[in-house]
Structures are given as C-alpha cells and as structure tokens.
Design a protein around this ligand. Structure first.
Ligand SMILES: Cc1cc2nc3c(=O)[nH]c(=O)nc-3n(C[C@H](O)[C@H](O)[C@H](O)COP(=O)(O)OP(=O)(O)OC[C@H]3O[C@@H](n4cnc5c(N)ncnc54)[C@H](O)[C@@H]3O)c2cc1C
Length: 422
C-alpha cells in the first residue's frame, strides 16, 4: 500500500520528535517512522543536561593527547575506541584528528551558541506552554574539580564562555562547597554554568510524543525505512517492510543509524556511534542541588526531582566509546561510573540501582551536527550528528528544520552545520 503524506520524518528520538512538534506547530502534517519504539532509544537514558554552555566542539586542540592518556588508564578511562580496520571508521578517525584545531573551535562557537540558546529558550517555552512535568530544573550545571590542572582547564573554558557573553561562575573551594554540600573535601574548585538546566529525558520525550500525536501526527513505531526510490534528484518513495510512503519532504533524523539509512540514497554521512552508559538509582538520603559534571572523570550526574513516578531518582552517566554500534551496557564501566561519583560525592553506602542503560551518540568527525538540505536531494533535510548534545539541541533543531521546510530563513547562519562541509 502507498501512503501519501506532507512531511515524512525518519527517526523518533529527540531530534525527530522535536522536528515533528515544530513542523506541526507551523501548520504542516507529519508522518514519523521509527525502526523501534518512539522516544525510547539513545535519547531516553541520557543525562538530560540542557547545555547552552557547550559551545566548544568535541574535536578541539588537546583532545587527542588527553584521549591517549585516558586509554592508558584501563580502570577509569572515560574514553574508549573500537579496534577495527573498517575503512569508513579509519577515515572518520583521521578526519577527527585533522579537525582538532583552533579553527574548528572558532567556526563552531557562534553556531553552537546560537543553536544552544535557541534550544534552551524553546525548552522552557514548550515545558511551560504544554505543562510538561519532566523534572525540569533550570539550576545550571556545576563542574567539580579535584586537581589544580583540571580546574585550570575549567577556568579557561569559563573565560571563553564569558568572552562570548554566556554565564559561567568560577568557584573557589569554599564557594563550591557552599553551592554543593554533597561534594567531598577533595573537591578543590568548580565552575557553575548557570544558564544550563536538566530534565528527565525519557519523560520529556514521552510527553512530547503524546503532544505530537494530539496535534495530528501519524506516528509509526516498529517501521524501519528499508530503501528509497528517486527521480530527478528527488525522493519519490520511501520503502518500509509493509508500506510505501510518498512525501513532499523527507527529514532524516535517525541518529547513529543515519549513515545506514542515507546509504540507500547514495549519500555518505561521516557519523560514528559513540556509546555511553547510564545508571539510575532511587534517590539517596540527600540529592545533589543541581546537575553536576565530574571534571577529571567526565561523569555526569542528574538529580531528578519531578513528580511521581519519577520523583527522587539520581542518574549517573559516562563513557564515550567511539565506533561501538551496540546498546548493551558493560557492567565494568557501569561500576567505574558509580566509583567516580563516590570519589566526588558523599553518597549513601548502598544505592538502589533501578535501571542500567547504554545509548549511541551520533558523532561527526568535527563534532558539529549536520542540519540542512542534503546535497543532491532537493526534498531531503538532514538533522543528525548531534553527538553529546542531541537532547539539548533538540527543540532548536526542530525550529530550524521547520523554518527550512517552510522556506523561511533560519534564525542564524547554518553554514557550519551543512553536510556539504564533508
Ligand atoms: C551516556 C549518554 C549521555 C548523554 N547525555 C546527554 C545530555 O545530557 N544532553 C544531551 O543533549 N545529549 C546527551 N547525550 C546525547 C544524546 O542522547 C544524543 O545526541 C541523542 O539521543 C541523539 O538523538 P537523535 O534523535 O539524533 O537519535 P536517536 O535518539 O538515536 O533516535 C534515532 C531513532 O532513529 C531510529 N531508526 C534507526 N534506524 C531507522 C530506520 N531504518 N528507519 C526508521 N527509524 C530508524 C532509531 O530506532 C531511533 O529511535 C547523551 C548520550 C549518551 C549515550
């Protein structure tokens, strides 16, 4: 059977659902296909940090030496690499190494700043307008440091933010302990990115999916896209196992699976999965006051204070394993994440872990997402490659995609995100 639709979105994670919401709000009709459950995959178990402070891309000077040093610490490394001779993977690694430059950082900052602020503003608008109860806490993100060297790095980052007009407070020992009484005495300083926020990602996406459905979207879980037909540079049909779809416009938002889907169109997207893990525990006797990031260990911590059934949970996330296309959590690294949290925080002796999880960050070699019309396909918009920021940048990406779909100029210069840069 062939189903005709206005806009067809492939992928129902943070990016696909936010695109659906923004497009519906702009008066368009939407069909969304997901190979699995909608809103349940890589976007659901993440740290839930909304971080307009994150303006420095993953590919930056100093990252390769730091990564090599971490690889020599097999017990605690926040970073891992797949060993593989796959040419696409090796090419990606070489592109990543080449992108670790000041020039990449300079190019990324204004684009990340514009998209991050747009997105953070949209989060608070959507949550207020739709009355979402999703543990939203606009209390900032506090980095904790245990060594002078890492604290110096944090201060440097804070200064870059301040120069770019974004809020960042540098906290000495006394100030950081006043801000986070759970911090252990070994914490010697901190940086508080006070414009950041956090929420329960799965809950936000569940509520967004309900809203999108109420606005009239045709949502189809368990409907993988298996291929395409094209004519004169346009997608004319999208195949799934049971049905075919004809759409005026197609949006590819399949996260780490985007390269596999794009291959069916003859497009090469340089995206590698970067696996990470989370553990969610029943709240200990005292919760941290705000979202935290453990500077040396790169572990994120999120207090989830929403209404029942989410009330009183504490989530720990970490690890970035490039090239691992698997969502099986590794108990060894889950234990390392919990160990790191205990190094920085006074937690109850025993935590009741309710959920362990692994997800895939869709990661480009320069650390910037791919957002915009695709090369050589007039009716295809790409919205993917958001790496460690796919939750945070979701509503902003939705707004930008809706602008493009409606022939309007987006609110800022999208060229740094163009697929044509590869
Ligand atoms: C440990 C960890 C912590 C993180 N913390 C944060 C954080 O604090 N803040 C933040 O902003 N980001 C965070 N991230 C990153 C964030 O989770 C990702 O960037 C985000 O999930 C990407 O969203 P997406 O919609 O692009 O992809 P996904 O959520 O992966 O969605 C893609 C969807 O496409 C579907 N799909 C795949 N193939 C097909 C097909 N053939 N046809 C149809 N559908 C298909 C999949 O089933 C999936 O549902 C974290 C990630 C990890 C792993």
């Amino acid at each position: 059977m062939t189903i005709k639709t206005d806009i067809l979105i492939i992928g129902g994670g943070s990016i696909g659902l936010n695109c659906a919401y923004a497009l519906l709000q702009s008066g368009r009709s939407v069909t969304l296909l997901d190979a699995a459950e909608i809103g349940a995959g890589s976007s659901s178990g993440n740290a839930g940090h909304i971080v307009p402070s994150h303006i420095i891309p993953l590919a930056a000077p100093g990252v390769i030496p730091a990564a090599l040093k971490w690889l020599l610490d097999p017990a605690n490394s926040p970073f891992g690499l797949k060993i593989s001779a796959d040419p696409a993977y090796l090419r990606w690694l070489m592109q990543f190494a080449a992108a670790c430059t000041e020039e990449n950082v300079r190019r990324a900052i204004p684009a990340f700043k514009a998209l991050g602020l747009l997105s953070a503003g949209k989060f608070s608008e959507i949550i207020a307008a739709e009355n979402f109860d999703c543990a939203y806490a606009p209390t900032g993100l506090l980095f904790l440091y245990q060594t002078e060297a890492a604290f110096a790095g944090g201060k440097h980052e804070a200064e870059i933010l301040q120069q770019n007009g974004l809020p960042a407070e540098i906290l000495n020992r006394e100030a950081v302990h006043a801000r986070e009484p759970l911090a252990r005495a070994s914490v010697l300083g901190g940086v508080h990115f006070t414009g950041d926020a956090s929420l329960h990602p799965a809950e936000f996406l569940r509520l967004l999916r309900q809203r999108v459905l109420a606005l009239g979207a045709d949502l189809r879980p368990n409907t993988p896209v298996t291929g395409f037909e094209t004519q004169n540079g346009k997608i004319t049909r999208v195949h799934t196992p049971a049905e075919e779809f004809e759409a005026a416009l197609v949006i590819l938002a399949a996260g780490a699976w985007s390269p596999a889907v794009a291959r069916g169109l003859g497009l090469t997207l340089p995206i590698q999965p970067a696996r990470g893990y989370s553990l969610t525990a029943k709240a200990p006797s005292v919760l941290p006051r705000q979202a935290l990031l453990l500077g040396e260990r790169k572990v994120a911590i999120t207090p989830l204070r929403g209404a029942s059934p989410l009330k009183n949970r504490l989530r720990f996330t970490g690890r970035l394993e490039i090239g691992k296309m698997s969502t099986t959590p590794n108990p060894r690294w889950l234990a390392a994440i919990e160990r790191a949290a205990r190094e920085y925080l006074q937690l109850d002796e025993k935590l009741e872990i309710e959920e362990t999880w692994a997800g895939l960050r869709p990661t480009t070699p320069d650390g910037l997402p791919i957002i915009g019309f695709a090369p050589r396909r007039a009716n295809l918009i790409l919205a993917t490659g958001h790496a460690m920021l796919g939750l945070s940048l979701g509503p902003g990406t939705g707004a930008v995609v809706a602008a493009l779909a409606n022939g309007r100029a987006p609110a800022f210069d999208l060229r740094p995100f163009a697929a044509q840069r590869f």
